[in-house]
Design a protein around this ligand. Structure first.
Ligand code: 6GU
Length: 242
């Protein structure tokens, strides 16, 4: 994944990009993130990025000029880019959107909004407006990180073990099943016997049942999108009877 991030606070992103999986992905050239400070694209002596809202009201509005200048600058090399505005008004970011982004080999530009809002004309520059959930953040930086993180771990080679992507939760459309490691017993809490049995079919079934149960309890809405196999239906009726 190649992306350019336009922000007033590049440092919010640097710490995360310099740790763990994202750091390793960058070292392996699987992830390329360039951070640009929008303030560097201002032209006045005060480096102004915001202004009062037309029509009045509280708060400031992000000016269009520096953002247009920054995007023009990025587009100079002629490489096609998908421009994404991060804002609470955007389309909800989902795992399936992350999968689409991971498949696309274009560059991405993430514009991180700030203040009470952004001049509406900036949207003429963007291909998509994306939100990471129904709550309001002080800016789009954390959202950009969330998107970069979720997409990077889907890039082949970014995780040590590729099975972890396929195995887990949302790739089944369900929440994840519980995990255990050593010791077998810790403070009186035992690891479920089936996981020690070596019976892979029984383990698979137990995990599927746990995932179905957890999803039924925490996120029943997710089950509407899951196609249940014969075994799922059998497990679900078992759950119903319990
Ligand atoms: Cl993308 N930006 C802001 N400021 N708040 C958000 C968001 C984005 N997604 C959810 N809340």
């Amino acid at each position: 994944m190649k992306c350019d991030v336009l922000t007033l606070f590049p440092d919010i992103l640097t710490a995360s990009l310099d740790e763990s999986i994202l750091k390793r992905a960058r070292e392996k050239k699987l992830l390329d993130v360039k951070l640009y400070n929008i303030r560097d694209f201002t032209t006045d002596v005060h480096r102004t990025v915001d202004d009062y809202p037309f029509g009045g009201g509280a708060g400031m509005v992000f000016k269009p000029e520096p953002i247009f200048k920054a995007v023009d600058f990025l587009k100079e090399d002629g490489e096609p880019r998908k421009v994404i505005l991060l804002s609470p008004q955007g389309k909800p970011f989902t795992q399936s959107m992350a999968e689409d982004f991971a498949r696309e080999h274009r560059r991405f530009v993430f514009i991180c909004g700030r203040y009470e809002g952004i001049d509406e004309r900036v949207k003429t520059l963007t291909d998509e407006e994306v939100s990471i959930g129904d709550y309001v953040l002080t800016g789009g930086e954390l959202a950009a990180l969330v998107v970069i993180d979720a997409v990077t771990r889907l890039v082949p080679g970014a995780l040590g073990d590729e099975r972890s992507v396929e195995d887990e939760s949302f790739s089944w459309g369900l929440l994840d099943y519980p995990h255990y490691t050593r010791p077998r017993e810790f403070r009186g809490l035992k690891v479920p016997e089936v996981l020690l049995s070596g019976d892979h079919k029984a383990i698979w079934r137990w995990r599927r049942k746990q995932a179905l149960q957890k999803t039924l309890m925490m996120r029943p809405d997710l089950l509407e999108h899951v196609e249940h196999t014969k075994l799922d239906k059998e497990i679900l009726s078992e759950i119903e009877e319990e």
